[in-house]
Ligand binder design. Structure first.
Ligand code: NAI
Length: 237
């Protein structure tokens, strides 16, 4: 392995995570994390290699403290470092709070918030030792402004904004409505309603998020840390 930066992208097998993995692979060796979708993660690795980059897919359920300890520990042992961590893995299980089950609350908090904590916790030691690290967390506009039917999701994404660190650069991206499989399931009426609240009059793309993540992962942003950056076409101003 040459001097390449080592980047880990959680939930990198599709959507925003996939796009971030492909973009970061222009400069870094990328670990494409997945939980269930082995074949899709392998496809992302193939796409990166076809473009001349290098990557590998590694399974880990970010909600599991133990799995994250092994996942991150193995990478640090093999490469001696992790330069970039993108906490992208996330789920939603929407429902009004009166009917929301304990399981739906816990699983969203465990994946989105605890999963982010787990990965940050285990990369921190090596990043602080190397006095270098870029952590990029993917929050959501729901975590800033709330959203009916998303008590679990909004709480998890608001919690992510509260996480911070020293010496290394930690920044949080707050996407608005990004066109992925997560948002695809929404009905046309809901989409129209959201669109009417976007001053730029269009939905965001995973590429829009990947461009910002790549900037925050690069040394061009070396003096930016502790920031929460909205990427929402102006939904929140
Ligand atoms: P997606 O559903 O297409 O992708 C999420 C990825 O996370 C999937 O690859 C999934 O397998 C992975 N994942 C889920 N649970 C996991 C676990 N326990 N361990 C490891 N991986 C796991 O969703 P999308 O849209 O690409 O979202 C990516 C991130 O961006 C999420 O954190 C989401 O909350 C956030 N976001 C998305 C917005 C959107 O409009 N699409 C808006 C704001 C935030």
């Amino acid at each position: 392995m040459d001097n390449k930066k080592i980047a880990v992208v959680t939930g990198g097998s599709r959507g925003i995570g996939k796009e971030i993995a492909v973009k970061l692979a222009e400069e870094a060796y990328v670990i494409v994390n997945y939980n269930g979708s082995e074949e899709k993660a392998a496809q992302v690795v193939r796409e990166i290699k076809d473009k001349g980059g290098n990557a590998e897919a590694v399974k880990c359920n970010v909600a599991s403290f133990k799995e994250c300890e092994k996942f991150i520990g193995d990478i640090v042992e093999r490469f001696g470092k992790i330069d970039i961590l993108v906490n992208n893995a996330g789920i939603n299980k929407d429902g009004l709070i009166l009917s929301m089950s304990e399981e739906d609350f816990d699983s969203v908090i465990n994946t989105n918030l605890k999963g982010t904590f787990n990965c940050i916790k285990f990369v921190s030691k090596s990043m602080i030792k190397n006095r270098y690290g870029k952590i990029i967390n993917i929050s959501s506009i729901s975590g800033v402004a709330g959203n009916p039917g998303q008590a679990n999701y909004a709480a998890s994404k608001a919690g992510i904004i509260g996480l911070a660190k020293r010496i290394i650069n930690v920044n949080t991206i707050v996407p608005g409505f990004i066109m992925t499989e997560m948002t695809d399931v929404l009905g046309d009426k809901v989409k129209e309603n959201i669109l009417s609240q976007i001053p730029l009059k269009r939905f965001g793309t995973p590429q829009n998020v990947a461009e910002l993540a790549a900037f925050l992962a690069s040394d061009k942003s070396s003096y930016i840390t502790g920031q929460v950056i909205n990427l929402d076409g102006g939904m929140i101003m």
